[in-house]
Design a protein around this ligand. Structure first.
Ligand code: C2E
Ligand code: MG
Ligand code: MG
Length: 751
């Protein structure tokens, strides 16, 4: 190669340094010419070099432009990787990184965060395998950073372009292509296929002529058609006989027009059985929006429908009796009201509650109680018309809704039919027949209320009134009842406090023996003076105390207080006196009555034979089995038992004979009319005769006149009680009265 011209001159002068001046000039001039030649040659060479370089650069630029064009039109980028350093040059990267990215970039593939970290190991593996000659092409799919800081899937393909002397890989080069959209589409397609395959719903794809082109496993399962059998078949193989041809025609029409249809449809399986399906039919279009297929997704809802129906049943019907429940009742009542408004007719709501059901349930057990409710439901349904709604609201509460009534009297008549329907005992099982009575309250649309809730509320109020009137009866709602209901609530609140506040006391009504005209005993009668409400009669508070269960505590107090008073009188020399004590049905059935009585007798020191417990005949008759056991227990304790208010119920004397009782008290209702009413005369005479023949002691209650007394005496009645002799008296006055009376046989007292 040429060295610089200055260097050449210097070395020439050094060569000829020892020569003379003439010679020296010659040499110098030659050298100068040579230098010029050299200089020119050097300049030429330099210029040529520059030109070559220029041409090369132009050539390279042209090449690059061509490559850029190719890359841009193909969507590919060109890359070159120095495998050892990791230096990566990319050209035409815009197709990947977006138009804002620089056209060419140089980065370090191994260090810069360009390739997704999760893909790096795989990428290196591809490089290595290709370097080792395991693959003909380097081929890798991985993610690189895009212009927005996200990642894009690319596919890079390339080959070794340089190896070192030892054959080791130096450079790789190739192209990279954006496969992001492709990959997403592929993935979507894969997912779609998986979903199609694994869907629980039967899915089928049909062509525009409705022939199956694809079905999934669920389709095979649900329809019984194997895919191989179904493909190519018309979809009408699934048409069910439940729908006519027009139905399918109509659906195809909608589908052709709207591209979608959904709804319930019966479908036929291969074996001919049918199922109810929820069907979604949708069109499938190609990239140009042209319809190519329909997809049908069928969900077998036969089971679901059945479950739904069961749920609806459970939500609307009472499971024990099968009667509509409260919610269905309100629905029906609402509809009845709407109809009645249109037609100008009446709707009656009968609210029915079984009397003393709680006690029966407790004494017979819940299983028997349930059977009883079922029997009562059946009895109710038999008593009303087929179009009337009988519902159970819960517990022992029932409702009847009657439509198209001309007037309130018709509702009352129906209620009476129901009452007489309950006159015969209900069969609980082969061994048990239990008599139970209903109390019925009636409200009317539009007379009393316009909406279901009010009608129910008022019928309920009327029912309570029926209970208060002695049960087993009907009451039609009136406004005064609301006041009555409020009064009851106040009364009950006061009653709850009465025992603790010591507001009770006993009065005693003497009983006179007609055999020897002597007072043989008294009946203890409960009195209540409420601090807030004043004196309240037992006819008002006893039923309330029974309903609320308060009677249990009150009754025990009465037993103890009566025995204490009697014991006091015995101690004062009146040891012959006995005392009658009223017990209520709840005490008979709930409290261990015999034990309670025994322990109170022991506590007060009263001989058992001096106590007589009074139970009403209805109370005993309604709970015969249980009552019988308790009465036997009481007999064992040694106390006497009387049937109070005899004649007001429906028991027969013959039946009463089965009971361990001692006394019958003829109700004052019969005695009151005794002298005017020949029937009452006959009944009273018969009762006395029959009772005697059964060995029972007879007491007549409510004797007020000499005439009554005379008649009873004539019939051989054993004892009387009533205002003729004495009203109930405070203990001290009762004792004084008895003392005086024993001395002077015929002097009636005043209260
Ligand atoms: P009862 O056991 O039949 O009592 C007789 C009722 O007749 C008493 O009413 C008494 O005052 C009344 N009476 C007595 N003589 C005559 C008369 O000549 N004419 C008329 N018209 N009435 C007469 P009272 O005291 O108002 O008691 C009513 C009912 O309350 C009692 O009827 C009884 O069933 C119940 N009762 C009273 N005290 C108790 C009690 O301590 N426990 C229970 N469970 N019930 C009681
Ligand atoms: Mg009594
Ligand atoms: Mg009585």
């Amino acid at each position: 190669m040429l060295s610089s011209p200055a260097e050449a001159a210097t070395s020439a002068s050094a060569l000829f340094a020892g020569a003379g001046p003439g010679m020296a000039w010659f040499v110098a001039s030659v050298l100068a010419s040579a230098l010029v030649v050299v200089l020119v040659a050097w300049a030429r060479a330099a210029r040529r070099r520059a030109l070559d370089e220029q041409a090369r650069v132009a050539q390279a630029r042209k090449l690059k432009q061509q490559v850029d064009l190719v890359l841009a039109s193909s969507g590919d980028a060109y890359w070159e990787l120095d495998v050892r350093s990791g230096n990566l040059r990319l050209q035409g990267i815009q197709s990947l990184a977006g138009p804002m990215a620089p056209a060419d970039i140089a980065i370090n593939a191994w260090r810069d965060p360009f390739v997704h970290p999760d893909d790096m190991a795989r990428l290196r593996q591809h490089v290595e395998r290709h370097a080792n000659g395991d693959t003909e092409w380097f081929d890798s799919e991985h993610r690189i950073r895009d212009g927005d800081g996200g990642w894009r899937w690319v596919r890079a393909r390339g080959r070794v372009v340089e190896r070192d002397a030892a054959g080791a890989l130096v450079r790789l080069a190739g192209t990279t292509r954006d496969v992001h959209a492709l990959r997403a589409a592929e993935r979507e397609a894969r997912v779609a296929v998986e979903v199609f395959r694994n869907m629980n719903e039967a899915v089928s794809v049909v062509d525009p002529e409705f022939r199956f082109v694809a079905v999934n496993a669920a389709f095979e399962r649900v329809t019984g058609w194997a895919a191989s059998e179904a493909l190519g078949q018309p979809s009408s193989v699934l048409d069910s006989s439940q729908h006519n041809a027009e139905f399918y025609q109509r659906i195809r029409g909608i589908l052709a027009h709207a591209g979608h249809w959904s709804g319930e449809m019966w479908q036929r399986r291969k074996d001919g059985s049918e199922f109810l399906g929820w069907i979604e039919l949708s069109e499938v279009t190609d990239a140009n929006g042209l319809r190519t297929h329909f997809v049908a997704v069928v969900d077998d809802i036969t089971q679901k429908k059945r479950a739904e129906q069961e749920l609806r049943y459970l939500a609307s019907y009472d499971t024990l009796t099968g009667l509509p429940n409260r919610s269905l009742l309100s629905e029906r009542l609402s509809r009845a009201i709407i109809r009645a408004r249109r037609q100008g007719s009446r709707v009656a709501v009968l609210f029915i509650d079984l009397d003393h059901f709680k006690e029966i349930n407790d004494s017979l057990g819940h299983a028997a109680g349930d059977r009883m409710l079922k029997a009562a439901a059946a009895r109710l349904q038999a008593s009303v018309g087929p179009t009337d709604t009988v519902a159970r609201l819960g517990g022992d509460e029932f409702t009847v809704v009657v439509e198209d009534l001309p007037d309130g009297a018709a509702a009352l008549a129906l209620a009476r039919t129901i009452l007489s329907g309950f006159a015969t005992a209900l069969e609980v099982d082969e061994r048990h027949h239990v008599a139970i009575t209903p109390s019925i309250g009636i409200s009317l649309y539009p007379d009393h209320a316009m909406v279901p809730t009010d009608l129910l509320k008022y019928a309920d109020t009327a029912m309570y009134q029926a209970k208060a009137r002695g049960r087993n009866t009907v009451e039609v709602y009136n406004e005064a009842m609301d006041a009555e209901a409020r009064r009851r609530a106040t009364l009950l609140a006061a009653l709850r406090r009465a025992l603790a506040q010591d507001e009770f006391r006993l009065v005693f009504q003497p009983r006179l023996s007609l055999r020897n005209d002597r007072v043989v005993g008294v009946e203890a009668l409960l009195r209540w003076r409420s601090a807030e409400l004043g004196e309240i009669g037992p006819a008002q508070f006893i039923p309330l105390a029974e309903e609320s269960g308060l009677i249990l505590g009150i009754g025990e107090w009465v037993l103890r207080e009566a025995c204490r008073t009697l014991r006091g009188w015995h101690d004062e020399g009146m040891a012959d006196l006995s005392c009658s004590i009223n017990v209520s049905v709840l005490q008979l059935l709930r409290a261990p009555l015999a034990d309670q009585v025994a322990s109170i007798l022991a506590e007060t020191g009263v001989p058992p034979g001096r106590i007589e417990l009074e139970v009403t005949e209805t109370m005993v008759m309604q709970n015969a089995e249980q009552a019988l056991a308790v009465l036997h227990d009481l007999r064992r304790v040694g106390v006497r038992v009387a049937i109070d208010d005899f004649g007001t119920g429906y028991s027969s004397l013959v039946y009463l004979k089965r009971l361990p009782i001692d006394t019958i008290k003829i109700d004052k209702e019969f005695i009151g009319d005794l002298t005017d009413d020949p029937d009452d005369k006959a009944i009273t005479a018969t009762v006395i005769t029959m009772a005697h023949s059964l060995g029972l002691h007879v007491v007549a209650e409510g004797v007020e006149t000499d005439a009554q007394l005379g008649y009873l005496r004539g019939q051989g009645c054993d004892e009387i009680q009533g205002y003729w002799l004495s009203p109930p008296l405070e203990p001290a006055r009762a004792l004084a009265f008895i003392r005086g009376r024993q001395g002077a046989p015929r002097a009636p007292a005043t209260a």
